[in-house]
Design a protein around this ligand. Structure first.
Ligand code: ATP
Length: 214
């Protein structure tokens, strides 16, 4: 089974990495693909350019052989829709079951996603606890309707939702951007290897579009 962790990663932080690690372990995933999202021009743009977000994710996952940087959403034209990403994973990794990994805040908003009701045709969903994001009523119903015990979750190709308790790390990219804006330290909130590149890029973010390296 492959884990798929999408996000803006503006920037990636230890909350994302623990989320991926604990879900990988709980579900015995073969690996977790980190998929930075393209942000369409009409939406508020991330503070960091696509190139820099990608570079930081690459550096953050480099030491872990079970973590993979996956730039497919940045290579695609237009908006990043998760349904397209799951279908693309099916095309590129047909032999692997897929698990979409979400923090609780993301899961609570799932019904606003493009073609959300089709997501479970293409993957399972693993929902992890996140501080400050209690399970919302509408999402609780969705979870109840699709909850599967672990054994069945592993056997079935998709369609299940599983809730996973992870270490509660109250870390967000929003708070990290605020700290960087204020000139405060973000040490121990992001991997050590990101401190220099983050400080370098954050003061003068480049907003150019991602282009596939040759
Ligand atoms: P921002 O503060 O800019 O909204 P973020 O920290 O929420 O960013 P995203 O890139 O939007 O990060 O998150 C990608 C995924 O990781 C989402 O599913 C989100 O719920 C999850 N996630 C992010 N931080 C945590 C955390 N500390 N604990 C659990 N899940 C998290």
């Amino acid at each position: 089974m492959l884990g798929i962790l999408g996000g803006t990663f503006d920037p990636i932080h230890l909350g994302h990495l623990r989320l991926a690690e604990e879900v990988r372990e709980a579900l015995s995933l073969d690996r977790v693909h980190f998929v930075p999202a393209a942000v369409p021009p009409h939406r508020p743009q991330p503070a960091l350019s696509a190139e820099v977000r990608l570079e930081l994710v690459r550096a953050a996952v480099a030491e872990n052989p079970q973590f993979v940087l996956d730039d497919r959403e940045l290579r695609r034209q237009g908006a990043s829709y998760t349904i397209d990403t799951l279908q693309d994973f099916h095309a590129t990794h047909p032999d692997h079951h897929r698990v979409l990994i979400l923090g609780m805040d993301a899961f609570n908003g799932l019904k606003q996603w493009h073609r959300w009701s089709e997501l479970l045709e293409w993957a399972h969903i693993a929902v992890a606890t996140r501080p400050g994001a209690p399970l919302a009523d509408a999402a609780a119903q969705l979870l109840d309707d699709h909850a599967l015990p672990l054994e069945q979750f592993r056997r079935q190709r998709g369609g299940g939702i599983i809730r996973i308790e992870i270490t509660r790390l109250d870390i967000s990219a929003t708070a990290i951007r605020a700290a960087l804006d204020a000139g405060r330290s973000v040490r121990y909130l992001v991997p050590e290897c990101l401190l220099n590149p983050l400080n370098r890029h954050y003061s003068a973010p480049k907003k150019s579009q991602y282009k596939k390296p040759r």
